[in-house]
Design a protein around this ligand. Structure first.
Ligand code: GDP
Length: 304
């Protein structure tokens, strides 16, 4: 059974149904077919430019392969989508970068409600199950609820949470957490941060300070700065990603709530415009609903 069987139902249903409708009238791969395909792709939120590019390249590919049957054409489409994803980031890894020795630090950034805390909780659980020693840092001291929520996730996953007083300096909380991670031989430190994009300069300063505190204690850390994006916001997620990329050195993306949207195609749009690898995908609200991202399985999951 495939990795994304649970979680891509909505995207699959909408996209799959449109594709089926497209193929229901399939007589030959003519201009009308490609126009419809383009619309279907735009509807799945791959973005306008990307949809045009895909259908242009498919025209060529279908000709080249002399694909005529519905099955051949469908196969060509799937392969094209995977190719496009892959070629946008040949040098990028979809997997999380780990420190060869000592604690690995992963910083999570993104606007409130994107799913940072939930993702940290899920990932803590996964790493814990893998036998890693995990600690969390409640770096969003701006909202009291954020710290409480992280503590709930810490309990669920069975990992400690380092937190500070409300409104205290997030960098101080992170400093305490890094010390703990080092002194007590933790394998992974997951750091939550406040996502106030309203004040870009402050956010940038805060994130820079947090990063400085981390790398002063552990030279190569943070190993990852993951931007968490809510897939249900579609093209808005793309705009947010652009703004965060200007604010800090993002190393990868986490796309959450894919279970709640038919806009799974946003993965391609983000990849095309920002050249950032998607590293994790959120497929539900439960602790197990987080998966490593695999472009092949993902695209096949959309079509199944
Ligand atoms: P934060 O403000 O960025 O820390 O966001 P939260 O982690 O608090 O998440 C906001 C809401 O999104 C919560 O209600 C979560 O349960 C929900 N959420 C997070 N990830 C997912 C996901 O992958 N799927 C679904 N359906 N809901 C999610």
């Amino acid at each position: 059974e495939a990795k994304y069987d649970k979680g891509l139902e909505k995207s699959r249903k909408t996209f799959g149904e449109r594709m089926n409708a497209l193929f229901a009238n399939f007589r030959s791969v003519d201009e009308a077919f490609f126009d419809d395909l383009e619309e279907t792709l735009i509807g799945a939120d791959v973005g306008f430019d990307m949809a045009v590019r895909i259908s242009d390249e498919l025209r060529e590919e279908v000709k080249l392969r002399n694909a005529k049957s519905q099955q051949e054409v469908a196969q060509t489409i799937v392969e094209k989508l995977v190719d496009i994803y892959d070629e946008e980031g040949k040098d990028e890894k979809n997997t999380i970068n780990f420190a060869p020795t000592g604690p690995t630090v992963i910083l999570f950034v993104g606007v409130n409600g994107a799913g940072k805390t939930t993702t940290i909780g899920k990932l803590a659980h996964q790493y814990q199950e893998d036998g890693k020693k995990v600690v969390l840092a409640a770096g969003d001291t701006f909202r009291a609820a954020a710290t409480e929520q992280l503590e709930v996730w810490g309990q669920r996953a069975g990992v400690p949470v380092v937190s500070g007083k409300a409104q205290s300096d997030p960098a101080a909380v992170v400093f305490d957490a890094v010390k703990k991670a080092k002194n007590e031989d933790f394998d992974v430190l997951l750091v939550d941060t406040a996502g106030r994009l309203q004040n870009k300069v402050n956010l940038m300063k805060e994130l820079e300070k947090i990063k400085r505190v981390i790398s002063r204690e552990i030279p190569d850390a943070p190993q990852e700065v993951l931007l968490v994006l809510d897939a249900t916001t579609g093209q808005n997620a793309l705009i947010q990603a652009k703004q965060f990329k200007e604010t800090t050195d993002v190393t990868g993306l986490v796309l959450t709530k894919l279970d709640g949207t038919a806009k799974g195609g946003i993965v391609l749009a983000i990849r095309n415009e920002l050249h950032l690898p998607v590293k994790l995908v959120g497929l539900g609200e439960q602790i197990d609903d987080l998966q490593a991202f695999d472009p092949n399985e993902f695209v096949y999951g959309l079509f199944k």
